[in-house]
Write a protein that binds this ligand. Structure first.
Ligand SMILES: Cc1cc2nc3c(=O)[nH]c(=O)nc-3n(C[C@H](O)[C@H](O)[C@H](O)COP(=O)(O)OP(=O)(O)OC[C@H]3O[C@@H](n4cnc5c(N)ncnc54)[C@H](O)[C@@H]3O)c2cc1C
Length: 564
């Protein structure tokens, strides 16, 4: 089935739901006029539909391969990547000083949705490069910026992110890779990294690894981690890829999905690296990269959900069982709930992008706090919706959903990684109820105030819907207050349902705005969300407030099915 890039839906949310006009009104983003935004989204949508989407199945059937230590990418990927690089898309929101377009990140979120919906495995490559660009812009010294940024932005080189080790996944502080000062300003990096996305490939002439490692005598845990730039080929004096660095791909993983994305075991064997930022402050730099990538992964979930939903609707229109199955109430329910969920998750990700843009453009601390609060929600909720909708897509196809040739199963297999990488959704939720509520809930309450105001404004035109949203926001405020008074472990026990509840309330808030602005189908869609999706928030909050006691009380034997 042909993927149709949802250009108009993204544009509608930017214009009427998440306040993009405020971004465009800043000096920094003055070039993001309505015409420019339309042109960017339209062209990105064309690349997604015409160039990326036709590669999706080929990558699934012909995974990346390791041949003589070099990764060979799936058929057509090199051409797809080249189209992206030539159009300047990798640097869409990168600083113009190094060749980027300097456009708002929120626009890039929309572009990334379309590219990932069209071909997730390939889109991962530029996504990681974008994260690296962001980290270098904020933390690298001028020499590294001047050497690497123009080449990453142009797509001549690509970037990777090397955190994970066999003993250090969610617990990044446990990593053991070492960095020894070489005496000439460089470092020798030694260690093994696993699960490194696009750790090698034939799309670019150099691959720039951002690697976390420990200096000798570094403090234990995350306070003793430094970040290094470790290129596959060491740049010569002209900035051309020169001598091969002492690193190699040991093997590629066989995976459930994203077969076109090579997931590499990497060995660094005294490789030459350059420090990014300060010694032992690597986590700060890596967090810049991870936060950018977290929002990027959230919108990947939305992208796959949109693609899976489009295919499910098309199948339901064509398939006849006692009439076209799209006319059966339960099939309509699945599709309508899926459509409403995609809208809400997309709006949350775009709102997070707007908050980041406003923080950058105005330096406003409240915007930064909002962006920080929304990031784990965008990541976890976007990817949960990705899996839910892809799963629904399989169900709508009936038996054909389980057969690979329809592609419905691929969406589900591909989407399934998104709640895991870039910090599992459990870790995102702990971040939300831990660090992101550590301002005594100010950012959360601020957002809830806006939801309540929105409900009040909608009262005149859409009273029944507005009442539901108002009530839900009030209940969420009480639950937030309650959580704030609890011990950390007690909060953590309810973190995932709390995040889900928050996302549902935000989703309802954005639906309400859209209904007020769009009328017609937008009102119906809001009604579907508010009556069918939002109400689960109450169950989520009941679980969020259940605390730790019963989870501690249940024995490991009982968990294993052999109660004592
Ligand atoms: C296809 C793929 C691509 C990837 N790409 C990259 C990449 O490019 N670069 C990179 O560095 N890494 C990458 N990763 C690694 C990925 O980020 C990790 O797999 C992920 O962070 C989880 O770590 P883990 O696998 O060690 O799981 P674990 O940390 O062992 O977690 C297992 C379970 O325990 C939970 N858990 C762990 N600790 C806690 C805690 N303190 N509290 C509550 N729950 C907890 C987790 O939520 C999870 O459910 C990739 C992984 C895959 C599979």
């Amino acid at each position: 089935m042909a993927y149709r890039a949802p250009v108009e839906q993204i544009r509608f949310i930017l214009d009427h739901v998440v306040g993009f006009s405020e971004v465009a009104a800043t000096d920094r983003f003055a070039e993001a006029s309505a015409d420019t935004v339309q042109a960017i989204l339209t062209e990105a949508g064309r690349i997604a539909s015409e160039v990326f989407a036709p590669l999706n199945r080929a990558g699934d059937l012909n995974p990346a391969r390791l041949e003589n230590g070099v990764v060979r990418s799936s058929p057509g990927y090199a051409g797809g990547f080249a189209a992206l690089a030539e159009g300047g898309w990798i640097g869409l929101s990168a600083d113009a000083a190094h060749g980027g377009m300097g456009m708002p990140l929120s626009l890039n979120v929309g572009v990334n949705e379309m590219l990932s919906g069209a071909c997730l495995a390939l889109q991962l490559n530029p996504l990681l490069t974008q994260g690296q660009i962001d980290a270098l812009e904020h933390h690298a010294d001028d020499a590294i910026k001047a050497l690497y940024l123009p080449r990453l932005i142009s797509g001549e080189w690509s970037g990777t992110m090397n955190l994970t080790e066999p003993g250090a996944g969610s617990d990044v502080g446990a990593l053991t890779s070492r960095a020894e000062p070489a005496g000439d300003g460089t470092y020798r990096i030694t260690g093994q990294k696993i699960f490194i996305t696009w750790g090698d490939g034939d799309l670019t002439e150099n691959i720039c690894h951002a690697v976390l490692a420990r200096l000798p005598d570094a403090p234990a845990g995350t306070r003793g981690i430094s970040l290094f730039m470790v290129p596959k080929f060491i740049p010569d004096e002209n900035g051309r890829p020169g001598t091969a660095n002492s690193l190699r791909v040991v093997s590629l993983e066989h995976k459930l999905g994203i077969h076109g994305s090579p997931t590499c075991v990497m060995s660094f064997e005294g490789a030459t690296g350059w420090l990014i930022g300060q010694e032992n402050k690597g986590m700060a730099a890596m967090f810049t990269m991870m936060n950018s990538a977290r929002l990027g992964v959230g919108i990947q979930g939305v992208g796959v959900a949109e693609a899976a939903l489009q295919q499910a609707v098309e199948y339901a229109t064509e398939r006849n069982q006692m009439g076209p199955i799209i006319r059966h109430p339960d099939v309509r329910r699945m599709l309508a709930v899926g459509r409403a969920e995609v809208f809400a998750a997309r709006a949350i990700c775009l709102a997070c992008g707007v908050a980041l843009d406003m923080a950058r453009a105005t330096g406003g601390a409240e915007w930064a706090a909002r962006a920080a609060f929304l990031t784990p929600i965008a990541k976890a909720h976007g990817t949960d919706v990705g899996c839910r909708v892809a799963d629904m897509g399989v169900q709508v196809h009936g038996g054909m959903g389980y057969i690979e040739e329809t592609g419905a199963a691929q969406f589900l297999r591909d989407a399934r990684i998104t709640p895991i990488y870039e910090g599992t959704n459990g870790i995102q939720a702990m971040d939300l109820v831990g660090r992101k509520l550590s301002d005594d809930g100010a950012a959360a309450m601020n957002l809830l105030d806006e939801v309540l105001d929105g409900a009040q404004s909608a009262q005149a035109g859409l009273p029944d819907l507005a009442n539901h949203v108002w009530q839900a926001a009030e209940t969420l405020r009480e639950a937030t207050q309650d959580l704030l008074e609890r011990q950390p472990d007690d909060r953590f026990a309810g973190a995932v349902p709390y995040l889900a509840a928050f996302a549902r309330v935000l989703g309802a808030h954005f639906h309400l705005r859209a209904a007020a602005a769009g009328g017609g189908d937008q009102v119906t869609l809001a009604r579907i969300y508010i009556t069918r999706v939002l109400p689960h928030f109450a169950a989520d909050l009941t679980e969020a407030r259940a605390g730790l006691a019963d989870l501690e009380a249940i024995s490991d034997g009982a968990l294993a099915g052999v109660p004592g």
